[in-house]
Design a protein around this ligand. Structure first.
Ligand code: B12
Length: 280
């Protein structure tokens, strides 16, 4: 890896890894090459980017302390706020660079996601993205089958949180890292995609490889609980409905653009109801 990339990666890792995140470098060109123009990131191909994902440890190391802190605002998803807060810390740690952050939940006004998180995870070598085209003569006919990423150490027990773009830093010689193909057989890929699409609430798709660590029962309960009851589940008070201090609001609005309401609803298939409790 080029010394510059190694140095930047190290600094981002120092900022994020203690909180249960992992980061993987990639070139914008690798991502754009797989996608139609509507999804392209509007940056020169050799631009350096990092894919950020959360591991099971994020819940204890980042989310719980965040929920207990005074940063929490009402009405937006606490996990999204927590991730925005930590990605914002990356930006703050490089005041001399033009860093842009795109979180997984951000959408354009037409509801198209700003980043295809799974494609980014695949090109960054973080997690193999299994799609129906990876199954020879697939058995699903005209059904819509969504693809799923599997991480070599965490299986499906992780979430893709966003990308960090380093505008102006170009790394044309960055060597690509292939993701580990941890579900190599047709039969296992069929099982994986069927579990992800039709039985994702039972968590089984996440065990496509034996993971190093899973979500704790507490973390599973948190994500299976309707958002309004989640803080109570952890024994925490609800955030106050009173307007927050201007400094706190400024803090958040400068980190990331405003989160649109329910970004997972319907731009792709409006007839599909969104998950009751979207979780990682
Ligand atoms: C919209 C959305 C949904 C919608 C629609 C799902 C869908 N994919 O059809 C709904 C509400 C149904 C949904 C449900 C769930 N979701 Co969802 N969802 C998303 C979201 C926001 C966007 C996905 C999307 O619309 N993609 C657009 C389509 C067109 O992209 P695509 O199918 O990948 O097609 C592109 C590729 O094929 C690429 N391409 C072409 N050739 C090649 C070749 C290669 C090699 C590669 C790599 C790419 C590539 O080009 C295509 C575009 O032209 C993502 C987060 C994000 N920002 O990406 C999460 C995300 C996909 N969801 C996720 C999860 C976990 C779920 C749920 C389990 C609920 C939950 N949150 O716990 C369920 C699963 C059930 C299901 N049916 O999907 C995770 C998946 C993690 C993983 N391990 O893969 C994501 C990544 C969120 C995250 N933060 O981690 N989701």
């Amino acid at each position: 890896m080029e010394p510059l990339v190694a140095e930047l990666k190290q600094k981002i890792e120092d900022t994020l890894c203690p909180f249960g995140f992992e980061v993987y470098p990639f070139q914008v060109a690798w991502y754009n090459a797989l996608l139609p123009p509507a999804f392209h990131l509007p940056l020169p191909g050799p631009t350096l980017a990092f894919l950020v994902l959360s591991t099971p440890a994020m819940f204890d190391r980042a989310l719980k302390p965040f929920l207990q802190s005074r940063h929490l605002q009402p009405l937006t998803d606490p996990v999204d706020q927590c991730v925005a807060y930590h990605l914002g810390r990356v930006r703050e740690s490089f005041p001399e660079l033009q860093i842009e952050v795109i979180a997984d939940y951000e959408v354009h006004p037409n509801r198209r996601p700003k980043i295809l998180a799974q494609t980014a995870a695949h090109v960054a070598g973080a997690a193999y993205y299994y799609q129906r085209q990876d199954v020879e003569s697939d058995p699903w006919g005209t059904q819509h089958i969504a693809g799923v990423c599997i991480h070599p150490r965490f299986g499906g027990w992780f979430a893709i949180r966003g990308v960090v773009l380093l505008r102006g830093i170009e790394v044309p010689n960055l060597p690509p890292t292939k993701p580990v193909d941890c579900v190599p057989t047709r039969a296992d890929r069929i099982t994986l995609l069927e579990r992800f699409n039709f039985h994702w609430r039972d968590w089984t798709y996440r065990d496509a490889v034996t993971p190093q660590e899973r979500y704790s029962e507490e973390q599973k309960a948190y994500f299976s609980t309707p958002p309004a009851q989640r803080l109570a589940l952890l024994g925490l008070p609800q955030p106050s409905e009173e307007p927050s201090s201007p400094s706190q609001e400024l803090h958040f609005t400068t980190l990331l653009p405003k989160k649109p309401q329910n970004p997972r609803r319907g731009w792709l298939s409006p007839t599909v109801s969104p998950p009751i409790s979207p979780g990682p």
